[in-house]
Design a protein around this ligand. Structure first.
Ligand SMILES: [Zn+2]
Length: 218
């Protein structure tokens, strides 16, 4: 086993070459970032979509070491997103969370049924046109998608409210963490609050009962 970063594959793809070149120049000026602490310095976390047009570091003004950013398709409050957020607070001290969905999200373009049907017949990239999604060739897919909830949504604002509420009501989430709901506009780069979501995600301070209080009460 080689301990160097020499790639095992002799012929790198263009993407691999580009990433490694960019990384070499990033690492060359890494400076004091090597001394950053593990817990996020600004003590908040963002849950957002994986959409390539969103750059949370830029749109939210983050530097290395500042905040946790949890990303998945849609920025949905999936079990796995909640797993990360629970770790973010419980072990790494974040105290405020943002749920940020965005306009023109791909999650509004399909349903579980459409996705399962496409995948049952082909694993290759599908295409969308005015008649909806279709496979370009049907080379054999898998029924396994029946067991996955892909978490698409029809209403952008509702999806933010729904996810903030799911996080707010999760038994492993401290009631003291405020959860804010926002929509990022891919046309302008602006964040717009979803007031209903932020309202629903308000911290419930005072409901947390300390161990000492609860033992006195019982
Ligand atoms: Zn998206």
């Amino acid at each position: 086993m080689s301990a160097t970063n020499e790639p095992l594959q002799k012929e790198n793809s263009a993407a691999v070459k580009e990433v490694l070149a960019a990384n070499a120049s990033y690492a060359a000026s890494f400076g004091v970032k090597g001394t950053l602490a593990l817990p996020p310095a600004r003590r908040f976390a963002i849950l957002t979509c994986m959409d390539a047009r969103l750059d949370p570091a830029k749109f939210a003004g983050l530097s290395e070491g500042d905040a946790h950013v949890v990303r998945n398709a849609g920025g949905r409050a999936s079990d796995d997103a909640i797993r990360s957020l629970v770790i973010s607070h419980k072990l790494l001290g974040t105290r405020e969370w943002f749920v940020i969905h965005h306009t023109d999200c791909g999650m509004q373009l399909f349903t579980d049924d459409i996705m399962r049907n496409l995948l049952s017949r082909s694993l290759k990239t599908a295409q969308i046109d005015e008649n909806g999604w279709r496979n370009t060739e049907e080379t054999g897919g898998s029924q396994e998608a029946r067991f996955i909830a892909f978490l698409p949504f029809a209403s952008l604002e509702e999806s933010v409210v729904e996810d903030v509420l799911r996080i707010r009501n999760h038994p492993l989430v401290s009631p003291e963490i405020p959860v804010y709901g926002y929509i990022y506009d891919v046309k302008t780069g602006r964040l717009q609050e979803v007031a209903r979501a932020t309202e629903a995600g308000k911290a419930r301070i005072g409901q947390a009962v300390t161990v000492a209080e609860s033992s006195v009460a019982s």
